[in-house]
Design a binder for this molecule. Structure first.
Ligand SMILES: [Ca+2]
Length: 207
């Protein structure tokens, strides 16, 4: 009975830790889709097996939207390993590589929803040239967009993390025809360099 109880407690601990945000965690899509999704009947984001920032064999997450209906808005979200207490983890910035494979420039943002309402970062313009670039999104000055306006409360209990295109700060993506790739989505402290990526880039210089 005692062993059973310990086993249950261990399972609960592992389940909790598996979903909690951790400083430095990276979604590189080499083994799975990182639980990124669009929900409902939309066409889900898919892993492309080559052509990420490091070229051949570098997998990335591809997302598209068609401008209307269930797949109209350009957005993906995560309710697994990107949930939790960002403040306790020391995560103040989300960094990622993005390549815009569409024909329209995108204004990409990160949005986060939780106990204190929904917030959206400032936007970064991603030109429609198919080139991988690194973008950083500061969470600490995110703009309030919906529900309760308490950013510290949301940062202490993030339930949903979103990556979306919208010319204005918003919880939903804008409807448009678009396609873009995402890779190396990283939980960062803006004061700390994104080591996995800089290391990869240094490595690539010597290939
Ligand atoms: Ca990758």
């Amino acid at each position: 009975m005692k062993i059973f109880t310990i086993a249950i407690l261990l399972l609960v601990f592992l389940a909790g830790s598996a979903h909690a945000i951790t400083l430095g965690q990276v979604d590189d899509f080499q083994t799975n889709n990182g639980f990124w999704e669009k929900g409902g009947p939309a066409i889900q984001p898919n892993v492309v097996t080559s052509g990420g920032p490091q070229g051949a064999g570098d997998r990335y997450l591809n997302n598209s939207s068609d401008g209307n209906g269930s797949n109209g808005r350009f957005i993906i979200f995560n309710e697994m390993q990107w949930t939790g207490n960002y403040t306790a983890a020391g995560v103040t910035t989300i960094a990622m590589d993005i390549a815009n494979f569409g024909t329209t420039a995108l204004t990409m943002r990160v949005a986060l929803g939780g106990g204190g309402g929904r917030f959206c970062t400032s936007g970064r313009t991603v030109p429609a040239d198919g080139v991988w670039r690194r973008y950083e999104f500061s969470l600490t000055n995110a703009t309030w967009v919906e529900l309760t306006n308490n950013l510290p409360a949301t940062l202490a209990n993030v339930i949903t993390l979103r990556i979306l295109h919208n010319p204005i700060p918003a919880w939903r993506g804008e409807e448009l025809v678009a396609q873009a790739g995402f890779d190396n989505i990283t939980a960062s402290d803006s004061a700390v360099p994104v080591e996995s990526v800089s290391f990869s880039r240094v490595k690539s210089l010597f290939r």
